[in-house]
Design a protein around this ligand. Structure first.
Ligand SMILES: CC(C)(COP(=O)(O)OP(=O)(O)OC[C@H]1O[C@@H](n2cnc3c(N)ncnc32)[C@H](O)[C@@H]1OP(=O)(O)O)[C@@H](O)C(=O)NCCC(=O)NCCS
Length: 197
């Protein structure tokens, strides 16, 4: 599988490198997560502002059930995207996709570019189905996944507690990889990979 970094031009012309996460990314990853507004991190599964949580992510780099990518701009991390799969059992064909983008870089195609790379890796691994878990009021995230061809497949009522203790429904969005790939091709005009520049 192609693990080389990809230089992408975002919609506003900014260039960002998307590459696999490496062991030395810990401190930059922690600053990235700590720089997210509460609104953007309140529904992330883990409390990513805690150093031990981020250290755990970096320590898992040799675990082939997680494929972590980062987006880098001028030496700082501005995006994070991961593919999570189970290696045994009845859901070996399924992976979960998670994407977070720095506020300053949102709405310029970076979330789509990270998702694009993860889908490419999922296809390479022979996975059939991708899911994304979004909390009911994360309208932007829902819209972003819908644009990639995901549909709402299930709702788990009151499944998530935000950092203030309020419960929310968790929406499971899903799509099969081949279908997503067709949508990706259509969206490719939103950003242009310039690998090798
Ligand atoms: C979801 C997220 C990763 C999208 O990243 P992004 O870089 O803004 O995504 P893109 O620029 O590729 O946007 C793709 C499409 O999603 C939709 N979208 C993204 N943010 C939106 C918002 N705030 N409101 C409405 N639609 C939105 C738009 O349709 C957009 O296309 P357009 O700009 O051409 O209209 C980003 O909003 C984020 O980090 N949110 C917080 C973390 C999160 O909720 N992650 C999802 C759970 S895994």
């Amino acid at each position: 599988m192609d693990e080389s970094p990809e230089l992408v031009s975002l919609r506003n012309g900014t260039k960002v490198t998307i590459r696999p996460m490496v062991a030395g990314d810990g401190p930059a990853l922690l600053s990235f997560f700590r720089g997210l507004p509460e609104e953007d991190r309140q529904f992330l599964r883990d409390d990513v502002t805690r150093p031990e949580v981020v250290e755990r992510f970096v320590a898992k780099l040799d675990d082939d059930s997680v494929i972590p990518l980062v987006a880098e701009h001028e030496g700082r991390l501005v995006g994070d995207g991961t593919l999570h799969r189970t290696r045994h059992g009845w859901a070996v064909h399924v992976a979960a996709l998670r994407v977070v983008v720095d506020r300053e870089f949102q709405r310029s195609g970076l979330g789509t570019a990270l998702a694009h790379q993860l889908v490419r890796r999922a296809v390479g691994l022979g996975l059939d189905k991708l899911v994304a878990e979004v909390v009911d009021n994360q309208i932007g995230a829902r819209r972003a996944f819908e644009k990639l061809g995901f549909h709402q497949e299930a709702t788990l009522k009151g499944h998530v507690k935000d950092i203030h203790g309020a419960k929310h429904d968790l929406v499971i969005m899903a799509n099969d990889v081949s279908h997503i790939w067709e949508r990706m091709e259509a969206l490719v005009a939103d950003y242009s990979p310039t690998a090798g520049d």
